[in-house]
Design a protein around this ligand. Structure first.
Ligand SMILES: Nc1ncnc2c1ncn2[C@@H]1O[C@H](COP(=O)(O)OP(=O)(O)OP(=O)(O)O)[C@@H](O)[C@H]1O
Length: 248
């Protein structure tokens, strides 16, 4: 499971309104990159553009898988890939608000994530792995989505996305509405996944401190432009930049 990402000169928005301006961004294969910025900076728009929900009016978006990357990720041009085909290209999104189907059980939600896989046995193996990774889900496999806590729902959304064995995982605000301890545990899982499987992660977060603590690389967006792109630890220590763009 490998899949870096490169955006070059991406401009996108809604109709005639440009929200993202000439975005250059690289997510290294097997790394965690956090995109941070104030409300309205364009973070969600960026994810929508990468996942094909919005078409950029200029620029390109490419996957840069290493040798042996799955699903033909080597150099795949995502710019024109329709949103429903993203999963086949190894790209999975955990949307803001989690995307769990609340009427279905934990297990049904997870199985949905692996549905497109032709190899049933592989899907069953991944299901077992998900229960090993997310112990609370194993205990609640028969519970309906609406019976879960916020943290369990976020785990389920993450587990469901991972059922597709993505090369690149995109997360929109995984900490939203979660207690700090639960956030830390979810973000810790991303780190473990990166270490154990080489998963590439692009994380959009309001919770800047937590995001930069878990990420390898940090990108600051302001008014739809990249104003900083540096190792996450460096960004976290840059008080001027924090005061100017991140409000703390
Ligand atoms: N569907 C839409 N139609 C028109 N403009 C939109 C739409 N969605 C977002 N915008 C505008 O795009 C800009 C960026 O919004 P976006 O949601 O991408 O920012 P964000 O950084 O994710 O902020 P937040 O954390 O508040 O979601 C904002 O000015 C917003 O008003």
């Amino acid at each position: 499971m490998t899949g870096g990402l490169v955006l070059e000169g991406v401009t996108a928005g809604y109709g005639a309104v440009h929200v993202l301006h000439d975005i250059d961004l690289a997510v290294a294969d097997g790394s965690i990159t956090a995109v941070v910025g104030a409300n309205g900076a364009g973070k969600t728009t960026l994810l929508r553009t990468i996942t094909g929900q919005l078409r950029p009016s200029a620029g390109s978006i490419r996957l840069t898988g290493g040798a042996g990357g799955k699903g033909g990720t080597d150099g795949t041009d995502l710019t024109r890939v329709p949103v429903e085909d993203m999963v086949r290209h190894g790209v999975a999104l955990v949307p803001e608000g989690r995307g769990v189907i609340t009427e279905l059980t934990v297990e049904e939600n997870l199985r949905l994530g692996g549905l497109w896989r032709k190899d049933r046995r592989a899907a069953a193996e991944v299901l077992t792995q998900m229960y090993e990774l997310f112990e609370p889900l194993a205990r609640r496999r028969k519970a309906a989505g609406h019976q879960l806590s916020g943290g369990e729902r976020q785990m389920l959304a993450l587990g469901r996305a991972l059922m597709a064995a993505p090369a690149l995982l995109l997360l929109d605000e995984p900490s939203l509405g979660l207690a700090p301890k639960v956030t830390a545990s979810i973000l810790g899982m991303l780190r473990r996944l990166r270490d154990d499987t080489g998963l590439t992660v692009l994380l959009i977060e309001q919770n800047v401190r937590s995001a930069l603590a878990v990420a390898d690389h940090g990108v600051v967006l302001n008014l739809g432009r990249v104003v900083a792109s540096r190792p996450a630890a460096e960004l976290a220590e840059d008080t001027d930049l924090r005061h100017t763009y991140l409000g703390f």
